[in-house]
Design a protein around this ligand. Structure first.
Ligand SMILES: Nc1ncnc2c1ncn2[C@@H]1O[C@H](COP(=O)(O)OP(=O)(O)O)[C@@H](O)[C@H]1O
Ligand SMILES: [Mg+2]
Length: 381
């Protein structure tokens, strides 16, 4: 039997464009190690164009992206409707897509919609799972409805007639709070606020990124925990990892902002498995699994938690396309759970085929309607 052809997609138009390159490189190596697949890579440039496989391979291997994208754009008939995705046409028969595009396009369900239209299997959650989990407000509503502990929150819209005041926030949520654009990631559009001036500045910042903003009670002196989850109906949960930035414990003001996440990670301390009382470990794993189910996730996800001074865990957020760089906890957590990178990537591909086969069993009913028969309106035909 010939090898299945896996197409890795990376890049995209989010702040995690470069992170995605590193993730894709590691998945490429992991899949190569299995010896089971033919592999191609497609970069999605910041302008949204899918770049041809040869240049994409160089981009994934850290070649200077700008000139390669410019050169490719010279070859594209940009007035043709499918030109942004024309690079797919040149590939040999595709068996499955493996999206490694973090943030917009990859993590909000857009690419998954494309795969569905193309009638191809793909790795990871569906359009619905991604889209739900990408919206921090909808996620919290679903978690809350399903009894999964998360922090207290308020929601405010840019066109609200009565703007949300600091007095109300402080009364209902206390201080400090975290203010977040509803549909963003990578700590972009997020601020910590502990007085009116900071709150107003935080709101103005978040509204640059979304018309809907979440205001969340802060977890005191938190430790941040991350758990990997994979599978479709049979769900596996990894060991728990912890990380803390300087000045985050106790009354500290530190938090995992863009700087400490991506720019300089060197002061962040990691621990796997996180030292926690046994019952707290079990509770977190159970919360992660339940959240994966109720958020319609499949294939892979990382569940992030905040745990307070009294070891009470709060589900922070799901990540439906977790980073797989050398500093990503998701990558390391599975090692500690006795699933090495090659096995993990292989399992993810198999989950993709499984989910596709399962969806093929779903029936859609088509009934031809024949002649249109309209009722009466205000007594008249
Ligand atoms: N309620 C909270 N209490 C304490 N710290 C928080 C809270 N919400 C967010 N943070 C801090 O902000 C970071 C980013 O928030 P998060 O909701 O994970 O957004 P993103 O999608 O950008 O990662 C967290 O990793 C944590 O350091
Ligand atoms: Mg986060």
């Amino acid at each position: 039997m010939s090898k299945k052809h896996v197409v890795l997609l990376f890049g995209g138009n989010s702040s995690e464009h470069d992170v995605s390159k590193r993730s894709a490189y590691n998945y490429y190596q992991a899949l190569k190690q299995t010896g089971k697949y033919d592999l191609s890579v497609i970069a999605i440039a910041q302008n949204g164009y899918f770049i041809d496989a040869e240049r994409s391979f160089e981009i994934m291997n850290q070649a200077d992206e700008g000139p390669l994208v410019d050169a490719y754009m010279q070859t594209v008939a940009q007035d043709e409707i499918l030109s942004p995705i024309a690079a797919l046409q040149a590939l040999p028969k595709i068996d499955i897509f493996f999206p490694v595009v973090h943030g917009n396009l990859g993590e909000d369900g857009t690419l998954q919609g494309l795969f569905r239209l193309l009638q191809k299997p793909y790795v990871g959650a569906s359009l619905r799972g991604h889209a739900i989990s990408f919206d921090k407000v909808i996620t919290k509503e679903i978690l809350t409805a399903n009894g999964i502990r998360n922090t207290k929150y308020l929601v405010t819209y840019q066109n609200d007639e009565q703007p949300l005041t600091w007095a109300k926030v402080e009364k209902e949520l206390g201080s400090p709070v975290f203010v977040k654009a509803a549909n963003q990631g990578s700590s972009v559009g997020i601020s910590r606020a502990e007085n009116e001036a900071e709150f107003e500045a935080a709101l103005a910042d978040s509204f640059q990124y979304d018309r809907k903003v979440l205001v969340e009670a802060a977890v005191n002196g938190p430790r941040e925990l991350e758990v990997g989850v994979i599978g479709n109906d049979d769900i596996l949960v990894s060991e728990i990892g912890a990380h803390q930035v300087p000045d985050q414990g106790g009354d500290g003001k530190g938090w995992y902002d863009y700087q400490s996440k991506f720019v300089d990670n060197s002061a962040v301390s990691f621990e796997i498995p996180a030292k926690l009382p046994e019952e707290v470990t079990a509770e977190i794993k159970a919360m992660a699994k339940k959240a994966y189910q109720v958020l319609n996730l499949a294939g892979e996800a990382r569940m992030d938690f905040l745990i307070d001074n009294n070891n009470v865990p709060y589900l922070g957020e799901p990540n439906t396309l977790p980073g797989f760089t050398n500093m990503s906890l998701f990558k390391r957590l599975w090692d500690y759970s006795n699933i090495d990178n090659a096995k993990l990537a292989d399992m993810m591909v198999q989950y993709g085929f499984e989910a596709f086969d399962r969806d093929q069993q779903i029936s859609y009913s088509f009934e031809s309607l024949g002649e249109e028969k309209v009722g009466t309106f205000n007594g008249k035909k």
